[in-house]
Design a protein around this ligand. Structure first.
Ligand SMILES: Cc1cc2nc3c(=O)[nH]c(=O)nc-3n(C[C@H](O)[C@H](O)[C@H](O)COP(=O)(O)OP(=O)(O)OC[C@H]3O[C@@H](n4cnc5c(N)ncnc54)[C@H](O)[C@@H]3O)c2cc1C
Length: 393
């Protein structure tokens, strides 16, 4: 079976790319090892403004809007010190800095959109087993429940996650950093409204993010060293709630109740190459970031916008150089936000602490610097591909 584009991996990245390509006349296939809609995903995702624009342009936002809580303000602070950064939607000239949406709803909306169209052929459950490249295309062997299928594609997208088979089959090296950290993700019920404020409070070994969810609830993402996370998991719900209240403080009033706790080991990975002949690595397969600055999916969605533009502008010979330079720039911005910010907060030498607080206060009172920081975090800095621009309504 021959296709113009074969996407390996139908998670949030592969699924979004398939939705973005379905308006073209290209022959597209999507292969995923997991059956449709069977896996529960407890992650709670902060989408930046650029990601909101992309999903709106793809017609996915309609299905997500009732599950999405707007972020009106971001408040970043450092536990035990006085500096803080506040970003407000009105100061950045937008109606929301971003939205917080359960990953389960994003997956569902993408899968429902793909089920309604006939441009993308779906193979799931189906696992990539072999990949060989020729001058003009790539040959794949994909294992389904009943047979091994041979697929041929002009472009292959590896969106198959941190432990990517595509990357492994092509012997692409990775740079991995062992951070020995994990995250607890849960939902906290509040006694009062969060007023659309997203809090991120750093401490010496991690951070607690309390992000607005629909209703008087927050997405709680607590990252720390593995042992500290294990200790937190041993606590019963009421002791965990008390510890959370003590560590986070009372900015959101008294915390009422927490939901089920889920843990995620944290990885940092960067692929040495993201394009090899006909194959493009995307999402976690290309770069897995720490979730502290909520950048991983946002970065991947911005890459999708540029990739789709390069392919649709010139389907026979996409301008890979344009794509690569965009990717490099976006990746370095996102990596800076997700890896260096936490690192800065983990240094507890007094000079660094003082400098950090001066930096935070400086950023907080300087409108131009703050706007620049906000636009970077929102994914709106620089010249944007079409899918990241606001939809004309
Ligand atoms: C706790 C936590 C919170 C996060 N919060 C945020 C946030 O707020 N904002 C943000 O932007 N990002 C966030 N992220 C990051 C974000 O979740 C990831 O960047 C994103 O989910 C990556 O998606 P992906 O599709 O690349 O990978 P995955 O979700 O891992 O999907 C890979 C897919 O490939 C399939 N697959 C694997 N191997 C094969 C194979 N051999 N053959 C066929 N299919 C295969 C799998 O079945 C799967 O469906 C967070 C991450 C964590 C852990």
């Amino acid at each position: 079976m021959q296709y113009d584009i074969i996407i390996i991996g139908g998670g949030m990245v592969g699924g979004s790319l398939a939705c973005a390509l379905q308006e073209t006349t290209l022959r597209i296939a999507l292969v995923d090892a997991a059956p449709l809609n069977t896996r529960h995903d407890s992650r709670l995702i902060a989408l930046n403004y650029g990601s909101y624009c992309l999903l709106d342009n793809l017609g996915i936002w309609q299905a997500l809007s009732s599950h999405a809580a707007p972020i009106q303000q971001v408040h970043i602070s450092d536990r035990g010190h006085f500096g803080k950064i506040r970003l407000k939607a009105e100061e950045a000239g937008v109606h929301a800095l971003g939205y917080v949406v359960p990953a389960q709803d994003i997956n569902m909306a993408l899968n429902n959109a793909l089920a309604k169209q006939n441009r993308v052929t779906m193979f799931r459950p189906a696992k990539l087993k072999q990949l060989t490249q020729t001058e003009t295309h790539a040959n794949l062997i994909v294992e389904t429940e009943t047979a091994n299928l041979e697929l041929e594609g002009k472009i292959i997208i590896g969106a198959d996650g941190t432990h990517s088979t595509v990357r492994e089959l092509l012997n692409i090296e990775t740079q991995t950093t062992q951070c020995e950290q994990s995250a607890i993700v849960t939902i906290t019920e509040l006694q009062r409204s969060h007023q659309g404020i997203a809090y991120e409070r750093f401490h010496s070994s991690g951070a607690i993010a309390m992000l607005p969810l629909v209703g008087d609830r927050t997405a709680t993402i607590w990252t720390d060293d593995n042992q500290a996370i294990q200790d937190l998991l041993q606590l019963d719900d009421s002791s965990f709630l008390k510890t959370l209240q003590t560590q986070f403080g009372y900015r959101l009033g008294r915390l009422k109740q927490i939901g089920q706790r889920h843990t995620y080991p944290l990885h940092m990975l960067k692929s040495a190459q993201t394009i090899k002949q006909h194959v493009v690595l995307m999402g976690n397969a290309a770069h897995t970031l720490l979730p502290l600055a909520a950048q991983g999916l946002n970065l991947a969605l911005s890459e999708i916008a540029m990739l789709v533009q390069c392919i649709t502008d010139n389907p026979d010979e996409p301008n890979w150089q344009t794509y690569l330079s965009w990717q490099e720039k976006q990746q370095s911005n996102s990596t800076r936000l997700s890896h260096q910010l936490p690192k800065l907060f983990s240094e507890d030498f007094s000079l660094v602490t003082i400098a950090r607080q001066i930096g935070m206060i400086g950023l907080d009172i300087c409108p131009a610097a703050k706007k620049h920081f906000a636009w970077q975090a929102m994914g709106k800095a620089g010249q944007l591909p079409r899918l990241l621009l606001e939809k004309v309504k």
